[in-house]
Design a protein around this ligand. Structure first.
Ligand code: GRG
Length: 298
């Protein structure tokens, strides 16, 4: 499958639905909603929603299942975008470029950016509770909400970010690094895959396999992110390159060197592909996404 065509097409479908579902900037809250929309529509690869849709398709390739997964996919992008807005704040990474454009707080101010993040996070759960309904029973819906809430929360992304802050400037070892990344980056990626599988009513073996797939690509994604921070340009990334070195962060390249890190990312992708062995051709988009994650240039 041609991954570029697939990604472009999926990104467009996600963005169309995001545009349909997102609040309109009218009325008393228009400036606040504008600030949410700014970061949501400014760009981004949309990897998490696409993983959710591809996982649903791997289990059941009926278009109805894909459509049912779409609001879940959109909610994941809202949560991810909130995390980027907050990550860029002066109290966190203090960055002024994201997705190739000025960061939310440099455009709207710090207080408005905090609220834009809060608004997107909350809106994601509004979508999950109000838009994920047709063809999905309440117990499955609750499991989807729980899976995403846990991945985004204190034992997932928020917890990982707090560890990242706690260890800033310290010479952490591999175990700590792995644990930061598993929660900060990996948890939401795995939840994206699992929530898509839940929409499609995956059985236990499929769920287990997709959990393993998500864990391995989450690791590969993070290693590649570290490699790109060293190798790519600010223009390519749409965010400041070299920021890990500047902030003296322990990363895969700083612990293992570039070549070993690249090998580790490729091995993680091989393990992700191996986890898909029980799936047929319907999982080809997931296979292509795993390869894309390790070969990506931004
Ligand atoms: C503030 C609660 C809170 C969490 C922040 C996401 C995050 C946690 C921090 C971002 C720092 C970072 C560079 C993490 C590495 C992996 C990552 C999440 C990269 C950005 O995701 P992409 O590449 O971005 O999918 P786009 O813009 O394409 O959506």
């Amino acid at each position: 499958m041609e991954i570029k065509t697939y990604l472009d097409e999926q990104r467009q479908r996600v963005e169309k639905h995001l545009a349909d579902l997102m609040l309109e900037p009218v009325g008393a809250f228009s400036r606040h909603i504008e600030s949410m929309r700014y970061s949501l529509f400014v760009g981004g690869k949309r990897i998490r929603p696409i993983l959710c849709l591809a996982a649903a398709t791997a289990v059941d390739d009926d278009e109805k299942t894909y459509q049912r997964a779409m609001p879940v996919a959109c909610s994941l992008e809202c949560i991810h975008t909130y995390s980027l807005i907050h990550d860029d704040l002066p109290a966190m990474d203090d960055d002024d470029l994201r997705r190739g454009k000025p960061t939310n707080h440099t455009v709207f101010g710090e207080a408005a950016a905090i609220l834009a993040g809060d608004g997107l996070l909350t809106f994601a759960f509004d979508l999950l509770s109000s838009q994920v309904s047709a063809g999905i029973n309440d117990s499955v819906r609750i499991r989807i909400i729980q899976t995403i809430a846990r991945a985004a929360g204190s034992l997932g992304m928020v917890g990982g970010q707090s560890l990242d802050m706690l260890f800033a400037g310290e010479q952490v070892g591999y175990e700590e690094l792995r644990s930061i990344h598993r929660s900060k980056t990996g948890a939401l990626i795995t939840a994206s895959v699992l929530s898509g599988a839940l929409v499609a009513r995956a059985d236990e073996a499929q769920e287990e396999a997709l959990q393993a797939y998500g864990d391995h690509i989450g690791l590969a994604f993070q290693i590649v992110d570290d490699l790109l921070d060293v190798e790519a340009t600010t223009e390519q990334l749409g965010k400041p390159a070299g920021s890990d070195i500047k902030s003296d962060k322990v990363t895969y390249p700083s612990l293992f060197g570039m070549e070993t890190s690249r090998t580790m990312a490729r091995e993680a992708v091989q393990e992700a592909l191996a986890a898909l062995v029980l799936f047929d051709r319907k999982a080809d988009p997931l296979r292509a996404l795993a390869n894309y994650i390790v070969e990506r240039k931004k």
